[in-house]
Design a protein around this ligand. Structure first.
Ligand code: F6P
Length: 367
């Protein structure tokens, strides 16, 4: 089929590489199909409010290396369950999905490219079911999407976390301290695990393996008794104690989003450790630094490949799919296979075995 006018939006939390994808979609659509490209602003919200801009080879010229998204994004604004405050600050929920479809048709678009994580792709799938020709592009620093080897943005976040760990290693060793680095990862511990291995962490805590504090203390003591009083702990924000829950920094922070803000496990751990061992403990929370800034070469290439292939898929009329990395190829995966799924680190993962085989403590006793 011919694609004459296409729409593209970025949804959910931002990450490095979004602009590389926007640029690749724009350039392949214009160069290969002479199509017009409409950038829908602030995620799905723009489909409701009508905020949009035309994207050209000129307007996307210098964005390959740029962090964030030139289109803006939000992790609120789901048109199917749009939350807004009334005068008394009560949350009202509306379904604006028909209005969004109406705009899509009014703007005469042939396809909607949804660049997003699990939540945005699920919304994209709902629009596909309502008759909108959708192609998804997998994004998230958490790398927790099914059916793709990697999401773009993840590699950059791992590199940022690894760089931070390298720095904590030198200061921790100099002061004989226990240094804790808290990184992102709500449900999946991929960033903590890979950056922890890359940065030589001694202890890695991920949401998938509830930890016992006595195992952590044992490891720190072992190191101390062996002549290395300093220890480096990498903890995902979603890491939790056996029998306990995740630590929420602010449950009410985002009533419009409906998801509590995580954070605080690093501080909590520091208190637990200080009580049981005579060492100084310091916590660093890396936070949104993992999401900002320029993408690594890997993410630039992955984002470009995904964007270009997404346009090819649209031109072939293969809607209702997500473009995905199945190394070494980019392939198509039906969006319906992803709905509601989060890819966590399997307990039997070779990565975990590798970590434990070289003596990294995962907060549990290795059998
Ligand atoms: O989903 C990606 C992610 O980075 C999570 O790891 C983290 O919990 C969340 O985004 C933070 O989002 P926000 O930008 O709303 O604080």
């Amino acid at each position: 089929m011919t694609i004459k006018r296409i729409g593209v939006l970025t949804g959910g939390g931002d990450c490095s590489g979004l602009n590389a994808v926007i640029r690749a979609i724009t350039r392949s659509a214009i160069i290969g199909h002479n199509a017009q490209v409409i950038g829908i602003e602030n995620g799905f919200e723009g489909l409701i409010t009508g905020e949009r801009q035309e994207l050209t080879t000129k307007s996307t010229r210098d964005i390959l290396t740029l962090g964030g998204t030139i289109l803006g994004t939000t992790n609120k604004g789901n048109p199917f369950e749009f939350r807004e405050f009334d005068h008394e600050k009560n949350v009202l929920v509306h379904d604006y999905s028909d209005k969004a479809v109406e705009n899509f048709r009014k703007w005469d678009l042939d396809c909607l490219f949804v660049i997003g994580g699990e939540g945005s792709l699920e919304i994209g799938y709902k629009f596909f079911q309502k008759g909108v020709p959708v192609i998804g592009v997998p994004k998230t620093i958490d790398n927790d999407l099914e059916k793709t080897d990697y999401t773009f943005g993840y590699q950059t976040a791992v590199q940022v976390a690894c760089d931070a760990l390298d720095r904590l290693q030198t200061t921790g060793r100099s002061h004989d301290r226990v240094m804790i680095l808290e990184v992102m990862g709500r449900n999946a511990g991929w960033i903590a695990l890979e950056a922890g291995i890359a940065g030589g962490a001694h202890i890695i805590l991920i949401p998938e393996i509830p930890y016992r504090i006595e195992n952590i203390i044992r490891k720190i003591k072992l190191r101390k008794d062996g002549g290395s009083p300093y220890s480096i702990i990498m903890a995902a924000e979603g890491a939790k104690e056996e029998g306990g829950g995740v630590i929420v920094q602010n449950a009410a922070v985002d009533r419009l989003q409906g998801v509590p803000q995580l954070g605080g496990v690093g501080m909590y751990l520091a208190e637990q450790i200080k009580k049981q061992i005579d060492l100084e403990v310091r916590t660093t929370v890396l936070g949104h630094i993992q999401r900002g800034g320029s993408p690594t070469a890997f993410d630039r290439v992955l984002g470009t490949r995904l964007g270009s292939f997404a346009v090819e898929a649209a031109a072939a009329g293969k809607f209702g799919n997500m473009v995905a990395l199945e190394t070494p190829d980019i392939v198509l995966v039906p969006l319906e296979k992803l709905a509601g799924k989060v890819r966590t680190v399997p307990e039997t993962s070779q990565l975990i075995r590798t970590a434990e085989s070289i003596g990294i403590n995962m907060g549990r006793v290795v059998m």
